[in-house]
Design a protein around this ligand. Structure first.
Ligand code: CDP
Length: 228
């Protein structure tokens, strides 16, 4: 385990589509470099949860904008946010410009900690931390992602079929990539890590290799990191 103590500050941006494994990898990177970690998807999930709990329609952009201005992160237990329905609702509010802009300051504050931080999401490398020292774009085929999410949800006792999850993932990919504000896309200087054929250990090793190469100033050609 190498810590970042005494080194120059390090911000690591980890982006990618639903169930690509980016959360697991971001947590591994945070532990490896001794950095704090923020799962930015949880912020969008909290806004969606609060909109629904207040009885508003999930498409109600005014209600979502009002909530984002004042919500308290501590009010949302993690297990109320991880479900399938909230992931879907989060991607609806995440397409609203007022929601995105209302969440920028918290994310940048987190990234601005003295030693740096690891953040995962959809727009970390492109919008939130364009100056991040290392950027990964983690992906996998829709079928592999659906199988992972299916295992995760059924493991938690949430009923789901593989086909239903695959349809969710395709719909979310289309919404997250097609929105006009901060769409999910590969930052120019991000390294693509395809985890389709990798175990968690292999993917974590590849992710650390990418970050170490960036810190050493070595270029890793985009697309070269996964599956080899
Ligand atoms: O875990 P999973 O990848 O399924 O979802 P998540 O990372 O918790 O994100 C839920 C939704 O929030 C995504 O589908 C995105 O629409 C949105 N999101 C976003 O727009 N920007 C981020 N930085 C993080 C999440």
């Amino acid at each position: 385990m190498s810590s970042n103590d005494g080194r120059k500050r390090l911000v690591i941006a980890v982006d990618g589509p639903a169930a690509s494994g980016k959360g697991t990898l971001a947590r591994r990177l945070a532990a490896h470099y001794g950095l704090p970690y923020l799962d930015t998807g949880l912020l969008y999930r909290m806004v969606a949860r609060a909109v629904l709990d207040a009885g508003h329609d999930i498409q109600d952009a005014d209600a979502a904008a009002a909530i984002v201005a004042s919500f308290d992160e501590a009010a949302f237990p993690d297990d109320s946010l991880r479900g399938r329905e909230i992931g879907e609702a989060a991607s609806v509010v995440a397409a609203m410009p007022a929601v995105r802009s209302g969440l920028i300051a918290r994310q940048r504050r987190f990234a601005g900690q003295p030693g740096g931080a690891v953040l995962d999401g959809r727009d970390i490398g492109t919008v939130i931390c364009p100056e991040a020292g290392a950027k990964l774009f983690v992906t996998a085929t829709p079928e592999v992602r659906a199988a992972r999410r299916h295992r995760e949800l059924t493991g938690r006792g949430e009923p789901a079929t593989f086909e239903g999850i695959l349809a969710d993932i395709r719909r979310r990919d289309a919404r997250d990539s097609g929105r006009s504000d901060a769409p999910l896309k590969l930052a120019e200087d991000a390294v693509l890590l395809d985890t389709s054929a990798l175990t968690i250990e292999e993917a974590a090793g590849a992710a650390i290799g990418i970050v170490d190469a960036r810190r050493a100033g070595v270029e890793s050609p985009p697309g070269s990191a996964g599956g080899s």
